[in-house]
Write a protein that binds this ligand. Structure first.
Ligand code: ADP
Ligand code: ADP
Length: 232
């Protein structure tokens, strides 16, 4: 479903070239929860950003479903991004908009009729457990609730892939577990493929089917989580 083939990303800066991702090849299956773990600077963000075209590889190829992301033009990419959505460590909500308005935002951009927007937002609010919070502003919500809004917004256009960029790193352990449980439920109900990056082993162990370990831009290990991280 997702094929990353010999992807390399080099950032050219004034003083030197930084090889953020170095010849990474990964195959991620439909319906899988796939984790990428590594220390800060390992290249995780750059890798995940290549999956929705926020970064283009310097060489190599990124394929999602039938689409070669790494060679798509802007117009096509904008369309594809509705199907490859993302949630973030710091939620990236619009602070002047209510919960319902945040969730409907991608639908507005996609030109979905108002009536359909309303119906979809109501479904999503229920799915993520935010009933009664529709008219709150993000500042009135806890961290876990903010991430639920982020998840609902990411799901609004019925994506094929959900990318999670350190999505629980700003949350306490209990809230982290609640959000992770929600991600598993969504994967099960919607047959979504989830790719997450994290520096937390707990996240990988709790919900990932398979994982890759990144170091210095390279994938140094990959396999089923049970095998990769089994206790000796
Ligand atoms: P991680 O997400 O694992 O912390 P990143 O992908 O953010 O790793 O970064 C990998 C390396 O690439 C780091 O050395 C980082 O400083 C560098 N890097 C990331 N983005 C850029 C950029 N836009 N310009 C220059 N260097 C970058
Ligand atoms: P995150 O918390 O997601 O890892 P960062 O603070 O590492 O975010 O990076 C924020 C943004 O800055 C990203 O778009 C990343 O590509 C860019 N960036 C990271 N490192 C560098 C760098 N050394 N030079 C320029 N841009 C960078």
């Amino acid at each position: 479903m997702i094929d990353i083939r010999n992807a390399t990303k080099i950032f050219k800066t004034k003083n030197n070239d930084i090889q953020a991702v170095d010849d990474v090849t990964l195959h991620i299956r439909q319906g899988e929860i796939f984790g990428v773990i590594g220390y800060s600077g390992a290249g995780k963000s750059t890798l995940i950003r290549m999956l929705n075209g926020l970064e283009q590889p310097s060489s190599g190829e990124v394929v999602i479903g039938a689409d070669v992301i790494s060679t798509m033009n802007r117009t096509k990419l904008r369309k594809k991004r509705q199907k490859v959505s993302m949630i973030f460590q710091h939620f990236n909500l619009l602070w002047s908009r209510t919960v319902a308005e945040n969730i409907s935002f991608p639908l507005e951009i996609a030109g979905v009729p108002k009536k359909d927007q309303k119906r979809r937002v109501a479904e999503l609010i229920e799915l993520v457990g935010l009933t009664g919070r529709e008219d709150n502003y993000p500042s009135q919500l806890s961290g876990g609730q903010k991430q639920r809004v982020g998840i609902a917004r990411a799901l609004s256009n019925e994506p094929e892939v959900l990318l999670c960029d350190e999505a629980t790193s700003a949350l306490d352990p209990e809230t982290t577990d609640e959000v992770l449980d929600l991600l598993v439920r969504i994967r099960d109900e919607m047959d979504l493929t989830i790719v997450l990056i994290t520096h937390e082993m707990h996240v990988i162990r709790k919900i990932c089917d398979r994982a890759a370990v990144m170091e210095g831009g390279r994938v140094v290990e990959t396999g089923p989580v049970l095998k990769l991280f089994q206790n000796p």
